[in-house]
Write a protein that binds this ligand. Structure first.
Ligand code: A5P
Length: 209
């Protein structure tokens, strides 16, 4: 089986679980979205592979920052949204693993949407994005320097205006010069496993399927 593993605390817990429960000797290959996931996957005995340009992934397991009732997502809080979206596009099935507190009525209700942009001219890209999102802000790292993604880009975090539908927003964001990818994952997830504080897990399917 070849799976995709995204990035973030929830997925890293999944990797830990695979390490303790996957049958010894059964091969498992994974394409991964970040260096940290790669390190943990290798430690768990998972064979880390690249997308080969031919076969689809059997399954993608990934976290989310917000999940709405249609299973549309905001992702990218950890900065891995570009690779995560490529994995999601390559997967036959995408299962979200997240805390139940990530469930929202309206995408953008608690979090800005991360928008990955090329470094060249990023201030101009931010200016253009202001027509679509409120106050796009350059993400900084712990040292106060611009945060650089593993693909070498910057991230602008912008608030989705109250009157704007996230599903609609995805397409105009794609069209802004300088934007590489954004953290709106619309119609990509097939199922969500939402963990409650008491240990119970709620399964959520999009109404469409
Ligand atoms: C990584 O860039 C993100 O898309 C994560 O999947 C998302 O931020 C969820 O992370 P946690 O599982 O750490 O909450």
């Amino acid at each position: 089986m070849t799976i995709g593993l995204g990035s973030g605390r929830a997925v890293w817990k999944v990797v830990e679980t695979i390490a303790s429960r996957w049958p010894a000797g059964a091969p498992l290959r994974a394409a991964v979205a970040s260096g940290r996931t790669e390190q943990l996957a290798r430690g768990a005995g998972i064979d880390v592979v690249e997308l080969d340009g031919e076969a689809d992934l059997d399954l993608l397991l990934d976290g989310a920052d917000e999940v709405d009732g249609e299973l549309c997502l905001i992702k990218g809080g950890g900065g891995a949204l570009l690779r995560e979206k490529i994995l999601a596009a390559a997967a036959r099935r995408f299962v979200v693993v997240a805390e139940a507190s990530k469930r929202v009525e309206r995408l953008g209700e608690r979090r800005p949407v991360p928008i990955e942009v090329v470094r060249f001219g990023w201030r101009d890209t931010a200016r253009r994005l202001r027509a679509l999102v409120e106050a796009p802000e350059l993400r900084l790292d712990a040292g106060g320097r611009p945060y650089v993604t593993e693909e070498g880009h910057y991230i602008l975090d912008g608030t989705i205006p109250l009157h704007v539908d996230a599903e609609w927003l995805a397409s105009p964001l794609d069209g802004v010069p300088g934007v590489v990818e954004h953290g709106l994952f619309i119609g990509m997830a097939d199922f969500a496993l939402l963990g409650q504080e008491d240990g119970r897990v709620e399964g959520l399917r999009p109404p469409r399927g």
